[in-house]
Design a protein around this ligand. Structure first.
Ligand SMILES: Nc1ncnc2c1ncn2[C@@H]1O[C@H](COP(=O)(O)OP(=O)(O)O)[C@@H](O)[C@H]1O
Ligand SMILES: NC(=O)c1ccc[n+]([C@@H]2O[C@H](COP(=O)(O)O)[C@@H](O)[C@H]2O)c1
Length: 215
């Protein structure tokens, strides 16, 4: 192996990484929390599951005529995993390519933090097994229905979609998630934002400090 290649390999192996999952119910506050963490944590970035929805023409309807958006089949999980693996291979270059750190910066000792955000991130086994920390935001039926009614998706929710499709799918997906994973920190998404964000931030800082202290 050439000495420059050896140097690169050594730098990569020195990089300490933390993969944080921010999952939860629709409108539970996932993207609010993920954005806050990204703003506060140096060397962090977000990969959001929402960016991987398939084109509407590829999403089938169920027997009630509702578009089946709330399943893993509605998402390009293969493409999402390519992004995640790309970060894992070399987080420093990943951040540089996305303009999140200066192009001429060199690898530093700080932990690189990947924040993966989405409503079905813990249901997809190849992704779920990569998390060091898992957070799940939950809010009750009424609050969820209210928040969802003021959000406009593309395509927008048709009449009856929440009760006829979104809520039953939430219950089903949550059951499936709990069958495959147990190490989840549940968060009450009705609590004031500052409180929810503060608790998670402190928890991640502790995990990061522990990692940083390891040689
Ligand atoms: N703790 C909270 N208390 C009250 N409203 C919140 C809280 N967290 C998020 N929200 C609001 O709920 C809506 C959905 O939040 P968002 O972060 O987009 O949810 P998600 O990404 O889970 O769908 C937004 O209007 C947001 O401002
Ligand atoms: N982004 C899209 O293309 C799209 C389209 C239709 C519905 N949705 C909805 O997005 C929800 C998941 O995202 P949130 O957790 O951000 O609400 C799902 O409940 C799904 O019904 C998204």
């Amino acid at each position: 192996m050439s000495s420059s290649l050896r140097q690169v390999c050594s730098k990569l192996s020195q990089m300490k990484t933390l993969v944080v999952g921010v999952g939860g119910i629709t409108n539970g506050g996932k993207s609010t929390l993920a954005k806050f963490l990204h703003q506060k944590i140096h060397n962090s970035c977000i990969i959001a599951q929402d960016s991987y929805f398939k084109d509407d023409r590829l999403v089938p309807v169920d027997r009630n005529g509702f578009k089946q958006y709330d399943t893993l089949d509605a998402l390009h999980m293969d493409k999402m995993m390519i992004e995640v693996y790309s970060w894992r291979r070399d987080p420093h270059s990943f951040l540089k390519k996305r303009g999140l750190i200066p192009i001429d910066s060199s690898v530093d000792d700080e932990v690189y933090v990947l924040i993966v955000e989405g409503f079905l991130i813990f249901n997809y086994r190849p992704l779920n097994e990569l998390f060091d920390k898992r957070y799940f935001l939950e809010i009750p039926y009424e609050a969820c229905k209210k928040r969802r009614s003021s959000r406009v998706y593309s395509p927008p929710d048709p009449p009856g979609y929440f009760d006829g499709y979104v809520w039953p799918m939430y219950l089903r997906n949550r059951r499936e998630m709990e069958e495959i994973t147990s190490e989840i920190v549940y968060l009450d998404g009705l609590k004031p934002k500052e409180e929810v964000l503060g608790v998670v931030y402190e928890d991640i800082c502790q995990a990061r400090n522990r990692l940083q202290g390891q040689n």
